[in-house]
Design a protein. Structure first.
Length: 96
């Protein structure tokens, strides 16, 4: 689980990424410094495993994910929100 203070910082950096005030690389480095390598490795592993299952599918531009920043952070949605942000940053970098 990600502590609420950490999730708040992730939300701030994600908002900066979405407003094009920081680059995708900056977002990832800030995320790594805030969340730590263990969380990053876990999220990357999940992203890569999803890619492996869809490897044979035709590559298309990613659909925007609906992750609401105003949604209250709970224990059950912290890791889901972090993974969604990482996936979006990965997709944005891949199709940029």
């Amino acid at each position: 689980m990600v502590p609420s203070r950490t999730m708040f910082l992730i939300d701030v950096h994600y908002a900066l990424l979405m407003s094009n005030k920081i680059s995708c690389d900056d977002f990832v480095s800030k995320l790594r410094s805030v969340a730590g390598n263990n969380v990053m490795e876990s999220a990357i592993y999940n992203i890569q495993s999803k890619e492996m299952t869809s490897k044979d599918q035709k590559k298309e531009a990613p659909e925007p994910r609906s992750v609401r920043l105003s949604e209250p952070v709970t224990e059950s949605n912290r890791s889901v929100r972090l993974q969604a942000r990482l996936q979006f940053a990965h997709d944005k970098a891949q199709f940029a």
